[in-house]
Design a protein. Structure first.
Length: 119
């Protein structure tokens, strides 16, 4: 398995959750990383990305609430999610790919992890 995501679960509205995604060194060192999510009945959408140099990009709907980070020592990318609301309920996927300017091109997918925001 090249990418493995962890950390999903059930959380109450207003709560926080941190997702993590471990990658093989060969994948992590050569790629920018990103998190996508797919809500029921919706298309998969890019919500956060981080370049190999640590430059971050966010979808407007999560900006200020979610933080993406990467630990190059452990080949892990994180998604800290705060102030969660029911609209954040989705399967979250990590991805290894590349940024060209502001556009992200996905390549390697990890398995998803389900996040459910509900009281």
């Amino acid at each position: 398995v090249q990418l493995q995501a962890f950390g999903g679960g059930l959380v109450q509205p207003g709560g926080s959750l941190r997702l993590s995604c471990g990658a093989s060194e060969s994948i992590f060192s050569k790629n920018d990383m990103a998190w996508y999510r797919q809500a029921p009945g919706s298309k998969r959408e890019l919500i956060a990305g981080i370049t190999r140099r640590g430059i971050t990009h966010y979808k407007d709907s999560v900006k200020g609430r979610f933080t993406i980070s990467r630990d190059n020592g452990s080949n892990t990318v994180y998604l800290q999610m705060n102030s969660l609301n029911p609209e954040d309920t989705a399967v979250y996927y990590c991805n290894a790919g590349s940024y060209r300017g502001i556009y992200y091109y996905p390549d390697v997918w990890g398995q998803g992890t389900l996040v459910t925001v509900s009281s």
